[in-house]
Design a protein around this ligand. Sequence first.
Ligand SMILES: [Zn+2]
Length: 202
Amino acid sequence: MTAGCLALNASYEPLTMVPLRRALRLVIDGKAEIVEADGQAPVRSERRAFPRPLVIRLTRYVHVPRRFRRQVTNTFLFARDGYRCQYCGRAAVELKPREGLTRDHLIPLSRGGTNEWTNVVTACSPCNTRKANRLPAEIGMEPLARPTEPHFVHLAWAVRRLTPIQARYIRTFYGEDTLRELERLEGALPRPAEGAVPVTSA
Ligand SMILES: [Zn+2]
């Protein structure tokens, strides 16, 4: 099963995953070329059959801001923390049925805390409830690791499913270390259902 098509910049920099349909549209419009295709299953448009693209490359270079995104989403926050509560250390897969991963603010929002990377950690719902609006020192709940802003590459690719061929392009561009880090995070992903973890914010 292919989750999508990896889109590369004209420079071969991996940009994002795009749905198959959109990838084909870019190719048909001459805005991208197919770099790698799945030879097994062609896709058909009205007139033509195309190999199913796994990797496409834009024909014109697109300028992308270096900073990935300053905004913290739960998807990326949980990925940064390896899908593990930073207080009790339980992984998403170890949570009980009605529990879920949440966003906890070290300095609570109600006490002037922010949503910056350095102030938010992944917490299971019971830990989040227990900590409530207290500071870590007030209740003796220190996170397992000091939260930091992650490298955008790690997060951008950690939450996506890559085929081995697609992963090769990430490795080519960013190096072996990045790929290994991604595989570490990939291994920590909750399975089997990606959407099974309740996503809430507190
Ligand atoms: Zn916990």
